[in-house]
Design a protein around this ligand. Structure first.
Ligand code: NAD
Length: 496
């Protein structure tokens, strides 16, 4: 079957694809010329060669960032000037919206409508929001005796290594860049080898906006090469990492083996979606669940992949959910109406299909989906999948799948629901659905997660912190709290 051509296919054919690093404001090949081939998950088509950064490339980028920090070419600018430049950066991202959205879709397979309406605007808004904060966050004076004055000031930390995943390449980069740059740091960004192209383009736009060379550098490459070199580098003061819990452990190890740099981990999740029988609008809950679960092909850290439903309504709710799921039929990501795109690569496809097989073999009931889709296009597609009759011991309810697969477990009492929801090594996000005000508050308070939603799941804003309890991480992205990650607090005592 050939895919019908859309305007986006035509634009894609003429798109400039450049996978070189950006170091000290310049596009550069890797020092030893190494590259790797990047293919599109949409149809496995070759996109471009990408610089395969090694320790030497990382060293060049870190030293450029160090020099930029030490001569204060960025931190030393008046806050109002830094603000203006960052605002220009955000404007340039918006002005390049179609190009960036197309790059993001080609690179990681998400539907073009969401790259356009979610990813690019969210990345721009993040930079613009932190730009606004630059000249509005004040330092403190401590309440000391008359004999002395104590100033408590925030100072930029220095060189920040940002290592990000492939599922929201631009947004994850922006969540690091916004607060780190606004606070006056320099940044070396290592995008995922699975989706490096928009990060490289962002660095070019930053230079065009007037961010001085060396302040924001991008070194593409693999985790065990460029990522490891960055996390071990002695001139990196902090690592802002988003990715798997497995690699997050390594970040702590790298810091211990090098210079005890700060490590901020934003890691995986297995978010519980808890539905009580007293919630009247079950169709709305099912719609919201499907929308959040299948958004981004289920490749979201906060996907509601553990559904806990009170036994008296479990059958009704599961049927509603199973009826919603097929509305997210996998389609061509370049088609403007597609809701569910391609998984990022064949490895991810195999992982997701492996979980589906494990759910079946462990005795869960697959109500809808469960198969690969669009096999004729050469890309990596899986049907939206709903399991019923799952148990808390199954791999599909314990492990992060990172694909369009969710599983329903029935519970009897409120206490059981709380215990089940908290029975996870993760604690990123959760939601409680109940029309009883006191129950909703009680359960929300008892859930061990960084974000808890009540009777909704999809609200999100740059103004609120995002991060996890337990093995979902130790930091918070977004909001003014993110400044804590990229600033040092200094106390200066002055004798009066
Ligand atoms: P990953 O951990 O495999 O990779 C993340 C980044 O780390 C990539 O840039 C990768 O190249 C790099 N990396 C891999 N191995 C490395 C190593 N040995 N040393 C240094 N760097 C290394 O994760 P992924 O598959 O890209 O992303 C999916 C994960 O990210 C999921 O677990 C998801 O939940 C998580 N995630 C979390 C959040 C959050 O805010 N908490 C947001 C998005 C994604």
């Amino acid at each position: 079957m050939s895919t019908p051509s859309t305007a986006w296919h035509e634009r894609a054919a003429g798109l400039r694809l450049d996978g070189r690093a950006v170091i000290n404001g310049q596009r550069v090949a890797a020092v030893d010329g190494q590259t790797f081939a990047k293919h599109s998950p949409i149809d496995s088509r070759f996109l471009t060669q990408v610089a395969r950064g090694q320790a030497a490339d990382v060293d060049a980028a870190v030293m450029a960032a160090r020099a930029a920090f030490d001569d204060r070419r960025w931190a030393g600018k008046a806050p109002a000037v830094r603000k203006k430049i960052l605002q220009r950066f955000a404007d340039k991202i918006l002005a390049a919206k179609e190009e960036l959205a197309l790059l993001e879709t080609l690179d990681m397979g998400k539907p073009i409508q969401y790259s356009l309406s979610v990813d690019v605007p969210a990345a721009a808004r993040c930079i613009a929001w932190y730009a606004e904060a630059v000249d509005k966050v004040y330092d403190e004076i401590a309440p000391t005796p008359d004999t002395a004055l104590a100033l408590i000031t925030r100072e930029p930390m220095g060189v920040i290594g940002a290592i990000v995943p492939w599922n929201y390449p631009m947004i994850m980069a922006a969540w690091k860049l916004g607060p780190a740059l606004a606070a006056g740091n320099s940044v070396v960004l290592k995008p995922s080898e699975k989706s490096p192209l928009t990060a490289c383009r962002l660095a070019e736009l930053a230079v065009e906006a007037g961010i001085p060379p060396g302040v924001f550098n991008v070194v593409p490459g693999f985790g065990h090469e460029a990522g490891e070199a960055l996390a071990l580098h002695l001139q990196v003061d902090a690592i802002g990492f988003t990715g798997s819990t497995r690699v997050g452990r390594r970040m702590l190890d790298y810091a211990g083996r090098s210079n005890l740099k700060r490590v901020y981990n934003e890691l995986g999740g297995k978010s519980a979606f808890v539905v009580f029988e007293d919630y009247a609008d079950l169709p709305r809950a099912a719609r919201t669940l499907a929308g959040s679960m299948f958004f981004n092909q289920g490749e979201s850290c906060n996907a509601p992949s553990r559904v806990l439903v009170q036994a008296s309504v479990a059958e009704e709710f599961t049927a509603l959910l199973a009826a919603e799921a097929p509305k997210y039929a996998p389609g061509d990501p370049l088609h403007p109406a597609t809701e569910l795109g391609a998984l990022v690569d064949e490895t991810q496809l195999r992982t997701v299909m492996g979980y589906i097989e494990s759910g079946l073999s462990e005795g869960a009931r697959c109500l809808t989906g469960g198969r690969q889709a669009r096999t004729e296009t050469g890309g990596f597609y899986v049907e939206p999948t709903v399991f019923a009759a799952a148990t808390p011991q199954m791999r599909i309810t314990r492990e992060e799948i990172f694909g369009p697969v969710t599983a329903v477990i029935a519970f009897e009492t409120e206490a059981q629901a709380i215990a089940l929801a908290n029975d996870s090594s993760y604690g990123l996000q959760a939601s409680v659905w109940s029309d009883q005000l006191n129950r909703a508050h009680r359960v929300a308070r008892a859930l061990r997660a960084g974000t808890v939603h009540v009777n909704q799941y999809d609200e999100d804003d740059i103004t609120v912190p995002f991060g996890g309890y337990k093995q979902s991480g130790n930091g918070r992205d977004k909001s003014l709290h993110a400044f804590d990650k990229y600033t040092e607090l200094k106390t200066t005592w002055i004798r009066l």
